[in-house]
Ligand binder design. Structure first.
Ligand SMILES: [Zn+2]
Length: 75
């Protein structure tokens, strides 16, 4: 039985435990030209999925102009 999908996930970069990762993502996201693909690598539980979910929200966010997703739009 797995309850991992139920665990709390950070909702923006500031809540991400990995500050160096958050910084890197912030730099990428504040760039005008965003990459076409993102690769997350690391051991299990290191925050790949959490980081990817935040990145996905940022990429798809309709309102966010800065680093963080607005957490309000449909994305
Ligand atoms: Zn949004």
């Amino acid at each position: 039985m797995s309850v991992f999908h139920l665990k709390y996930r950070p909702q923006n970069l500031a809540e991400l435990d990995l500050s160096d990762v958050a910084e890197s993502i912030g730099k990428i996201m504040s760039n005008k030209e965003r990459p076409q693909a993102y690769l997350f690598a690391g051991p299990k539980g290191s925050g790949k999925t959490s980081a990817a979910r935040i990145v996905a929200k940022m990429v798809n966010c309709e309102k966010s102009k800065g680093k963080d997703p607005c957490n309000q739009c449909s994305a």
